[in-house]
Design a binder for this molecule. Structure first.
Ligand code: MG
Length: 328
């Protein structure tokens, strides 16, 4: 990323535990709508789920406001197959914007659409349904390719009770990856916290209560690890949501360092506004991401309507924090 050199220059002054709090929030004085962040020259991405229908109902003005706050890359959500566009993922089905119109509006605002989140509505991962999955991903890949999107990412976890379930899911993932590769798109998977639940090997679900070794075996493997182990690196990459990894009692930096060729994108997320909780070690997270050569990252803000902030306020405040941060 373009900001890596700057990061390396300043890394020596960032201590491992330096958790910076957005100054405007710490002081309690500045309005979140105070002057937009200065043009930082940084790539600052946003997952548009953070805004939902609030963005879509007045897209041109919303994009202008986000660009002024420092955002210049998007990861969309709300792919709508019937409408050949992007909506608010059921939060308001009435607002859907055609893919070409969405791209034009982003081009006009100087925002590049790098990635997109989407999941098939087919629930059962079994071989009888493979053709249906393929059809979903083929249609989606064609639409995404038509507006030059580089990454497509599934953010939802299918039902997995053991390692065999995970292997079937991975077969669908590999097929999706191949379909996307055929039109020049890379296919990835995004975690929440449930991927850091361990599942046992098939047949070892119920260990004898008096056999400690059986109980150890039944702890099994993390779903995220099973996904890493059973997908083809040429077809499937991973996007690490660093907040949900922490919620899954994991060190996101460790997962990045242990799988340097698999993680390509990050979700930069906190309890609320980025940097506000002080619980996420973003200096270390960005360093680990840059060290393995990630290709992008996206701010994700949820629950931004607290404390009198609109969701837009929280999203813009997050960009301001990251624009100023020496570790980005
Ligand atoms: Mg996320």
């Amino acid at each position: 990323m373009t900001s890596r050199r700057q990061f390396l220059k300043t890394a020596s002054v960032v201590t491992a535990g330096a958790l910076v709090t957005p100054s405007a929030l710490a002081s309690g004085k500045a309005s979140p709508l105070a002057a937009a962040a200065p043009a930082s020259g940084k790539r600052i991405g946003l997952q548009t789920y953070s805004l939902g229908v609030e963005l879509l109902k007045d897209l041109p003005n919303g994009l202008k406001r986000l660009a002024a706050a420092g955002y210049n890359e998007f990861e969309l959500f709300g792919y709508n197959e019937q409408a050949a566009g992007f909506g608010a993922g059921g939060r308001d089905g009435a607002v859907t914007i055609k893919a070409a119109d969405y791209k034009k509006a982003c081009d006009d605002a100087g925002i590049k659409i790098l990635s997109s989140h989407l999941s098939p509505s087919i629930r059962e991962y079994k071989s009888e349904n493979f053709a249906q999955f393929d059809e979903f991903w083929k249609k989606a890949a064609d639409l995404h390719a038509s507006i030059g999107i580089k990454y497509m990412v599934q953010p939802s976890l299918p039902s997995i009770k053991n390692d065999e379930d995970a292997k079937v899911v991975c077969e669908v993932f590999n097929r999706a990856g191949e379909i996307c590769n055929n039109v020049g798109i890379k296919w990835g998977y995004h975690n929440h916290s449930n991927e850091f639940v361990r599942v046992p090997k098939a047949g070892e679900e119920t260990p004898a209560s008096n056999d400690p070794m059986a109980r150890m075996r039944a702890r099994g493997e993390y779903i995220e690890q099973l996904f890493l182990d059973n997908t083809d690196p040429d077809k499937v990459f991973f996007e690490l949501d660093v907040y949900w990894a922490v919620m899954g009692q994991q060190d996101p930096c460790e997962w990045l360092r242990n799988n340097p060729k698999r993680f390509r994108l990050l979700h930069i997320k906190d309890r609320w506004i980025i940097g506000d909780s002080g619980m996420m070690n973003f200096p270390n997270i960005f360093k680990a991401g840059y060290d393995i050569g990630i290709d992008g990252w996206f701010v994700e803000v949820e629950n931004g309507s607290k404390k009198g902030y609109t969701q837009f306020d929280a999203v813009c405040e997050s960009a301001k924090y990251l624009s100023k941060a020496s570790f980005v």
